[in-house]
Design a protein around this ligand. Structure first.
Ligand code: MG
Length: 173
């Protein structure tokens, strides 16, 4: 898989619940990467972001592993104390699904370098990620391509099905 996998926290990270200091990551950026690029995007913080951005969470990753007969390395806990376990579940899902290394980018106001250091994971605070995008480290979001907030409504909540179905296929091979 060529493009890094994005993992976004929500609270105090995305502009629907911005940090007290410094810039927030616009929700439209998350939507853009999820629906207008080849990046896989996951909500690794508050799962409200799933519905707001139309992206899955490690809960779905765990279900995929379970259904495929792989023992998940962690439970899914949506509370703050579960954030490292949520990253571990995604790491396991990609490890089971893809040969070779996958790069992960985790954007979170909580420092998760205790997990990311020494792995193919890069940690960015919201402000660091905004700067990295502005400096061209990642594609510049074309937010006009994501008009309005089309993913906020519950009926769009399953628009990440194709991403999950790709894993179903890969895990069954
Ligand atoms: Mg947070």
């Amino acid at each position: 898989m060529r493009d890094p996998v994005f993992c976004f926290d929500r609270d105090k990270t995305i502009d629907v619940n911005p940090p007290e200091n410094g810039p927030a990551v616009p929700l439209s950026w998350v939507q853009y990467y999820a629906h207008c690029t080849e990046h896989d995007v996951w909500a690794t913080g508050n799962p409200r972001l799933c519905r707001e951005a139309g992206i899955p969470s490690p809960r779905e990753a765990r279900e995929l592993l379970d259904t495929a007969g792989c023992e998940p390395v962690a439970s899914y806990d949506r509370m703050n104390s579960g954030r490292i376990d949520r990253l571990r579940l995604l790491n396991q899902l990609y490890g089971e699904s893809y040969d070779g290394s996958v790069e992960f980018v985790v954007v979170d106001d909580t420092d998760v370098t205790e997990y990311t250091d020494g792995r193919s994971w890069s940690y960015y605070s919201p402000a660091e990620f905004v700067i990295a995008v502005k400096n061209g480290a990642f594609p510049t979001p074309d937010t006009a391509a994501v008009s309005g907030s089309p993913y906020r409504t519950p009926e769009h909540g399953d628009c990440y099905r194709p991403q999950l179905e790709r894993f179903e296929r890969r895990l069954s091979n």
